[in-house]
Design a protein around this ligand. Structure first.
Ligand SMILES: *Cc1c(COP(=O)(O)O)cnc(C)c1O
Ligand SMILES: [Zn+2]
Length: 464
């Protein structure tokens, strides 16, 4: 198997290859990102996607129980006995007519892919199981990441559950939600809080990992993205292998959109899918690098010859103006997305758009997702808020089929939720108001009642 798998520079004009066991995750020739690549014609593959449904009947097989590894034929980089799995990827793609009405789609046209159901509560587990497996293949004993929270929660959980690795996480100061921080601490990861934000932490962790030979699990790691491809396989499966018209996903470090694009490009290349969905990436307005570069400055993949000056120029502007990413959606509070080139490639393959949404729109959409029966954290709701904008703009039509990715669980960031629903004006202002949130249109206020039976009954009759 090993000789059919390698790492390859994403730039078509370079195409340098490396052994699967390398862990530098940068092209030695040109310094760009790497893909995990396969010699598909030497690997066994099903003739149709529907054949994967058979693995559902083999759930006592640990690899088929995992919603990630049952698709392992589409990312065959590891021998089966090396796989580290804790049952990730058991997620749902649910039709939501309530949220469809909110965003302006016809009933039956909107599906929510609920990745909050993963063991650590976010989609990151899809990638972590793959990165962990690769780490094990390389003989690593320590793994590190910089994180806005969910990557560290996932890393900490996989370290603790597998008992094979020491986890080291870098977080920016004061940026991480308590739900996520509590997971890192509870699962015993070494937690290093540096004075800086996520972008600073990501630079540091790369230096430290290189110097100390620690395995890096940030989404610069191409093996993580292999696991995240399975989110799209599960979406297709839920839709009986009919691709939707659109996939809408929040954009932070742009790992998800990159892996989705790779998943679809490969399925197309393998003749397993004839038509590709379009991709919409949604930035928070306070961390909108991708939106700015793609929609306003015309940055395109351009067959690999993208204009790097546009990117470096924009980053210099950020520095000069001392602009820091700032949004309540902390999981996408990132100004220097590491997977930018791969995301450009994904949008070229699938025909994509990028939009930005305000924290106000994010929180309103989040409340609508919650009222519709699925809970998510703020960053996840950016997908729904972005979809609403795209329908309003007429880019997405009411009768098109759309899947929004709900990337993380509602319990990840309870502070934002409580502040939104609270009638405590101080709490609201302190948590949300300073981010430009003015209204809580869909607030579900707690009702204050004296400790008196008659008053309690009166309140219930009044409100329910
Ligand atoms: C990591 C994360 C994102 C951003 O995903 P990228 O792949 O970095 O673009 C969005 N939402 C949640 C909940 C996350 O944890
Ligand atoms: Zn290269």
């Amino acid at each position: 198997m090993k000789e059919c798998v390698f790492q390859r520079c994403i730039i078509p004009q370079c195409r340098a290859t490396m052994d699967v066991s390398e862990t530098a995750f940068r092209c030695p020739r040109c310094g760009n990102l790497l893909d995990v690549d396969y010699e598909w014609d030497r690997l066994p593959l099903p003739r149709s996607l529907a054949e994967w449904e058979n693995t559902w009947s083999q759930r006592s097989h640990p690899l088929n129980f995992s919603g990630v590894w049952r698709f392992r034929a589409l990312f065959p980089f590891a021998p089966e006995n090396q796989v580290v799995t804790i049952g990730e990827g058991q997620t749902l793609c649910l039709r939501s007519d309530a949220v469809a009405a909110y965003v302006g789609l016809r009933p039956g046209r909107l599906f929510l892919q609920y990745e909050g159901l993963n063991p650590s509560g976010s989609f990151k587990d899809n990638g972590m199981t793959a990165a962990f497996t690769h780490a094990r293949l390389t003989g690593a004993s320590r793994a590190a990441c910089a994180s806005t929270g969910n990557t560290s929660a996932s890393l900490a959980l996989y370290c603790a559950a597998s008992g094979q690795m020491r986890g080291i996480i870098f977080i920016g100061s004061g940026k991480i939600s308590y739900g996520k921080l509590s997971q890192a601490l509870e699962h015993g990861a070494l937690t290093i809080q540096i004075a800086g934000d996520f972008d600073d932490a990501l630079r540091r962790v790369q230096d430290v990992s290189r110097q100390l030979g620690i395995y890096l699990v940030n989404s610069i790691n191409p093996f993580r993205l292999e696991g995240q491809k399975t989110i799209m396989y599960r979406v297709l499966e839920a839709l009986r292998w009919q691709p939707p018209d659109w996939i809408v996903v929040p954009g932070g470090n742009l790992g998800n959109v990159s892996s989705f694009g790779k998943a679809f490009a490969e399925l197309y290349q393998l003749g397993l899918l004839r038509q590709l969905p379009r991709l919409a990436v949604i930035n928070a307005a306070g961390a909108n690098t991708f939106y700015e570069l793609y929609e306003h400055r015309g940055l395109r993949w351009n067959g690999g010859q993208y204009d790097d000056n546009l990117i470096t120029g924009y980053m210099r502007e950020l520095d000069v103006n001392q602009r820091r990413a700032d949004t309540l959606a902390s999981a996408i509070e990132i100004n220097r997305p590491v997977n930018l080139p791969k995301a450009l490639r994904a949008l070229e393959i699938c025909g994509g758009v990028v939009r930005e949404v305000t924290d106000q729109e994010i929180l309103d959409a989040k409340a609508q997702v919650g009222a519709g029966g699925l809970g998510c954290e703020p960053a996840s709701a950016a997908s729904v808020a972005g979809l609403r904008r795209l329908v309003t703009e007429g880019i997405i039509q009411p009768e098109e089929t759309v899947v929004c990715i709900l990337t993380g669980h509602v319990l990840k960031d309870p502070d934002a939720t409580v502040a939104y629903h609270s009638d405590d004006r101080n709490l609201f202002d302190q948590k949300l108001g300073r981010r430009g949130v003015r209204r809580a249109t869909y607030a579900n206020r707690a009702v204050q009642v004296p400790n008196d039976l008659a008053e309690i009954i009166k309140a219930i009759e009044l409100y329910a």
